[in-house]
Design a protein around this ligand. Structure first.
Ligand code: FES
Length: 75
C-alpha cells in the first residue's frame, strides 16, 4: 500500500514501491526530478507541483492532523 505522508512543515511525500506519475488535469505528465515524489503544499515552490524546499524559508506550519481511524465517530 502506498502512503501519502503530510510533513508537518513541508510537502506531501508519496511513499510507494510502485512508480508514480504526476499529471495535470489534462493528463499531461510533469517531469519528476527526485524520488520519492514530494508535492508542494506551501504554494511557494518555483517548481510546482514539486517541492523545492522553499517551505523552509517561508516557515510552513501545517494545521491539520488526521484523526486516528479507530477514534472517528460513527455516523
Ligand atoms: S512544500 Fe516545499 S516548497 Fe512548498
Amino acid at each position: 500500500v502506498g502512503v501519502i505522508r503530510l510533513r508537518q512543515r513541508g510537502p506531501y511525500v508519496v511513499e510507494t514501491a510502485e512508480d508514480v506519475k504526476v499529471v495535470d488535469w489534462n493528463g499531461n505528465e510533469y517531469e519528476v526530478a527526485r524520488r520519492p515524489v514530494a508535492l508542494c503544499r506551501c504554494e511557494e515552490s518555483a517548481k510546482k507541483p514539486s517541492c523545492n524546499a522553499t517551505h523552509v524559508k517561508v516557515g510552513v506550519q501545517a494545521s491539520e492532523v488526521a484523526v486516528p481511524v479507530g477514534d472517528m465517530p460513527v455516523a
